[in-house]
Design a protein around this ligand. Structure first.
Ligand code: ADP
Length: 422
């Protein structure tokens, strides 16, 4: 029996894809996240699929090609609505890629109208009169102003989007949104009659997103951050349920691999160690010197695994990281450590680890690649933005994975995560 999906999503980066998938699961959809466009059918039944691309900062034409390939595959799976997901800080350059990808998807879907809103009130991203706020400040006054790849110096999303689009960009403001779904639908029709193709939509809280939801019911394409996801499953008759987050039963041994050096991860590593957890630090300079650091870590871990989770980490405080980067270069240090941790992750799974927590966005990407994971079924949320997932490695091993990006998670995240699977 082939599975027909309801909602097909295209995300412009990996952790953003997980964030969206997590929101959809909480709103009642069974979700599979794929890493890139899948080559075969889905491993698990799903109501929604999120195809994770890495298209945020690549040349616009390449982002269009990849997104179009994702669209073709999602349509082949029966997707009734398409959701293009970007960052809630609208990360883009004057050339894209949000505008060009949106318009390419509109062309392919033969639709003349869609919305664009990065609003994600749970994460303090709100849109007021078309202006994006990050916490209490305008996007252009936030740290995003100095982002190395996508500096955002204008908070007026109508202007930002217009600079990237051929079609006319308009606004559905907060007063219309507050008046409810019918008013929003009427405003869509007005804008359409004025020749507007893409409407930025204000949203100050989750209530606004829930009022917007019904007005999106028949829209072939929705473009948004992950916030709008909370309002879509209801359009397909789905309500929040524990069943949506159900994963196959966990078995096997547990381990943590941590390459994140963010403040939250440093605290989580400390907390795990002070609670008596067994942990081994990898030293980047020894990796750089060509020592078999990953093999040594595996030899250390293997006899301990039967007694409970082990932690292998390169997590370090800012000064230590700076010192290493000074010796090796930022990119070189990052790549060396990622490779070593990915080798540890693969080795751990080879000896029977089936519940694996990975800390760090880039580190997660490297580990998932080393394990040959191409699809993940999304399960229950451990902490905001981080769900347990279930996947199969290239070698066919079933595995539970929690991929935690840098600053996410409470101090006892590691213990909490394994506790949920017990
Ligand atoms: P986060 O999600 O916290 O940003 P990432 O895994 O995305 O974590 O990024 C951390 C980067 O730092 C990776 O490239 C990793 O290899 C590198 N790294 C990890 N530990 C160290 C260390 N001790 N010294 C230098 N670089 C490190």
């Amino acid at each position: 029996m082939t599975n027909r999906i309801l909602l097909g999503c295209i995300a412009d980066d990996f952790t953003g894809a997980t964030d969206l998938a997590n929101n959809l699961v909480r709103a009642g959809m069974r979700v599979v996240q794929t890493i890139g466009v899948p080559e075969g059918p889905l491993d698990a039944a799903a109501d929604a699929v999120v195809v994770a691309l890495k298209s945020r900062t690549i040349p616009a034409f390449e982002a269009v090609i990849q997104s179009s390939a994702a669209l073709d595959w999602l349509q082949s799976q029966g997707a009734r609505q398409i959701y293009f997901k970007y960052c809630s800080t609208f990360d883009s350059t004057a050339h894209g890629n949000i505008g060009p990808v949106t318009e390419a998807l509109m062309d392919a879907l033969d639709t003349d109208f869609t919305i664009a809103t990065p609003a994600f009130p749970d994460n303090q991203r709100t849109v007021f009169k078309g202006h994006l706020f990050v916490g209490d400040v305008l996007l252009s006054d936030s740290g995003m102003r100095n982002h190395p790849l996508t500096p955002m110096t204008d908070a007026n999303l109508v202007r930002v989007m217009q600079a990237q689009c051929r079609r006319k960009v308009g606004l559905v403001d907060y007063k219309v949104v507050a008046a409810g779904p019918e008013a929003i639908t009427r405003r869509f029709a007005e804008l359409r009659a004025e020749g507007v193709g893409i409407a930025i939509v204000d949203a100050l809280g989750n209530e606004d997103l829930l009022r917007l939801g019904p007005a999106l019911k028949d829209m072939p394409l929705v473009t948004a951050g992950s916030g709008v996801a909370i309002a879509l499953p209801a359009n397909f008759g789905l309500a929040p349920s524990a069943a949506a987050a159900e994963l196959p039963r966990a078995s096997g041994m547990s381990a943590i691999v941590s390459g994140s050096c963010s403040v939250a991860t440093n605290r989580q590593v400390q907390e795990f160690i002070s609670a008596g957890g067994r942990a081994l630090a990898l030293e980047p300079l020894r990796i750089a010197a060509g020592e078999p650091v990953a093999q040594q870590a595996l030899a250390w871990a293997e006899p301990l695994l039967a007694q409970g989770p082990v932690l292998v980490y390169s997590t370090a405080e800012v000064q230590a990281v700076k010192a290493v980067q000074g010796r090796l270069g930022v990119a070189q240090a990052g790549a060396l450590v990622e490779r070593a941790l990915a080798e540890v992750a693969r080795g751990l799974v080879e000896v029977g680890v089936r519940r694996l927590v990975v800390a760090g966005g880039e580190t997660s990407g490297a580990c998932v690649q080393a394990l040959g994971v191409s699809q993940m079924q999304i399960g229950p949320q451990i902490d905001p933005g981080v769900p347990w997932c279930h996947a199969r490695t290239a070698a066919g091993a079933p595995i539970h994975l929690a991929l935690k990006s840098g600053n996410f998670g409470s101090d006892d995240f590691f213990t909490k995560a394994f506790g949920m699977l017990a």
